[in-house]
Design a protein around this ligand. Sequence first.
Ligand code: NDP
Length: 431
Amino acid sequence: MRASRVAASYGARVAIAECGRFGGTCVNVGCIPKKLFAYAAHYREDFEVAKSFGWTLGEPRFDWQTLLANKDREIARLNGVYENLLATAGVAILRARATVVDPHTVEVAGRRYTARHILVATGSWPQVPSIPGRERAITSNEAFFLETLPRRALVVGGGYIALEFASIFNGLGVETTLAYRGPRLLRGFDPDLGGRIAEELRKKGIDVRLRANPAKLEEGIRVTYEDAAVQEVDLVLFATGRKPNTANLGLESAGVRLDADGTVAVNEYSASSVPSIHAIGDVTNRLNLTPVATAEGMSLAKTLFLGEPTRVDHVNVPTALFSDPNVATVGLAEDQARTQLGRIDVYQTAFRALKHTLGGHSERTFMKLVVDAASQRVVGAHMIGPGAGEIIQGVASAVRLGATKAQFDATIGIHPTAAEEFVTMRDKVPS
Ligand code: NDP
């Protein structure tokens, strides 16, 4: 959508083919409804904490149908907004699935369209391990439309979607298990994040099981793990990664090179092996994040229609998991920094937020800075805690601009906030 609109604003004649609803995964079955659910889930704790501030509430009751209906209404509104934006930008809308016929031809609903450029932005789809009984489980796609909330849920995986949905279910009162095959959640993130978020999730009531992976699902749902442990639950959600949507699009026959996992192979200007065919977003499996995809779309429009070859810099992209508490990060993890830079300084802090001092709530906020010892530049900032995404967004600008630890320290904090800790960390963690 962004590529179409921006290309049209640069004078290109654009058509877009969409067989689903406008807005893609993010708007329909991703970021937006997920965050609405995350807000809903957090109220349970908010009601608890409110008591320590003197509030008396009746017994809070949660109604899933109300949340679903309100969420659906908001998403339908957004679908309309997006379609209008396209129409206003002069983009022709083709409401059907498209297939690529040759490097300059696309077929949509039996009609052929020719174009100087074809852009593939078909996104990705949840991937489920091929274990017996996998059809009894759902993925995030279905989780947004459940008729009723289960009493007991098992979420499988240790990445973004797993942590987010485990937190959502748990907050909404579902007895929740999170099972991850590895020894530590959030592989690829700073090692402290994976270890500490597991502790925080457990404190919130989630049964976090590590080195635990379902081997089969039977009626019930009866889950048998690889180590023969058995568990009965009412819903299993696989959050075990996503696969690019490239099947049956005609890409290979048009000469587009795909990687083994179906990803469209592209260069830094998002060009595929066929010069007239480009690809952006999850279908290219670079950084599968909405703002990265939109940045790739805008860069491509500039490259093709403004004569300004533009690349997206995929380094120092901040990201957040909207688990409870949030996890957010920018830059290098401690282990990555050590490998890439050799000598590093690490600063970190963990504390109970002011909001929780009255009620004795045990949630702890964690913050960490990774600094290149030679240049003193801050190369990584990591956080677990309320609003981590909001806080790391600001820190990301400093990291991107190459700020040094001394420049962080020279910044005056806003008191009392959690964020001020990022500019007041004085003691290095002994190496
Ligand atoms: P992730 O890659 O984040 O996590 C997948 C998890 O599933 C990993 O823990 C992985 O384990 C595990 N896994 C993979 N295959 C298997 C298997 N066969 N059996 C058991 N476990 C398995 O993917 P998600 O599905 O959570 O999300 C997809 C992507 O979408 C994310 O990577 C992110 O880019 C994006 N996203 C972003 C969000 C945000 O910005 N807030 C929210 C949701 C999604 P291991 O680590 O051991 O491989």
